[in-house]
Design a protein around this ligand. Structure first.
Ligand SMILES: O=C(O)CCC(=O)C(=O)O
Ligand SMILES: [Fe+2]
Length: 228
């Protein structure tokens, strides 16, 4: 794994999301994509159309995350933690996250959020992901990472990652980002600090995926609180 992240704060402040350097090799991306068909890795499969979440399918990993996914999540934590703490400071909110990811997950489990929230998503032509937030309860880590597993424009077309940010007393702003294969996109699960007349205010952000026009698109979603 290359050096994970330069300082992502300026990108996050300007665009509301930040691309990391390459986190997975193309071979690792293919290996992870191929896990999709092995049910032993997953606790639940969600048919997105059935829940009116869009169209397509995703599967929740069990806690027994395959390598290199487990390592990746652990390695990302110390890079994301200072940003989450800085945001909490700007917004005058508590920052309940300990230095160690395992300690934070223990807190989630004690509060009843005890199931894995890591997902592998699969989209075909016509599939899309409705705008949403991956919140499961009071235990919230405000940053998450999605990793593109396919080559945008080659393996599939359409399927851009979408962010929609609600601005204070104004209409919302949309940002579309194609995910480069093997790179992570860091964005907020809930809201992020934006400058306002009176200092900082929290802008709620939702994310989703535009309609895939052709091909297959897989993505790995890493969330840093657990689910119910
Ligand atoms: O498929 C994607 O790029 C978005 C996946 C998603 O909703 C997530 O990672 O939480
Ligand atoms: Fe999501």
């Amino acid at each position: 794994m290359e050096s994970l992240t330069p300082d992502l704060t300026p990108e996050l402040d300007t665009h509301g999301c930040a691309l990391t350097p390459r986190l997975l090799t193309p071979t690792q991306c293919t290996t992870i994509q191929n896990l999709y068909d092995d049910p032993t890795h997953f606790r639940t499969t969600v048919d997105m159309a059935r829940h009116r979440f869009g169209s397509g399918q995703y599967r929740y990993f069990t806690h027994d995350l395959p390598q290199p996914i487990a390592d990746l999540r652990t390695a990302l934590w110390p890079h994301l933690l200072p940003i989450a703490r800085d945001w909490a400071d700007r917004l005058g909110r508590p920052a309940p996250w300990p230095d160690n990811l395992t300690d934070w997950l223990d807190q989630c489990h004690a509060a009843g959020q005890s199931r894995s929230a890591q997902i592998l998503l699969r989209y075909g032509p016509g599939d899309w992901n409705a705008l949403h937030r991956d919140l499961f309860g009071d235990m919230v880590f405000p940053l998450q990472v999605v990793i593109g597993l396919n080559d945008y424009g080659v393996d599939y077309t359409g399927g851009e990652f979408l962010l929609v940010e609600q601005r204070p007393r104004a209409q919302s702003r949309g940002t579309a980002t194609p995910l480069p294969q093997g790179h992570g996109l860091v964005f907020t699960t809930r809201d992020r600090p934006v400058r306002s007349a009176r200092g900082w205010s929290a802008a709620p952000v939702r994310h989703g995926v535009s309609t895939v026009r052709s091909g297959r698109r897989y993505a790995l979603g890493l969330v840093f609180h657990d689910a119910t």
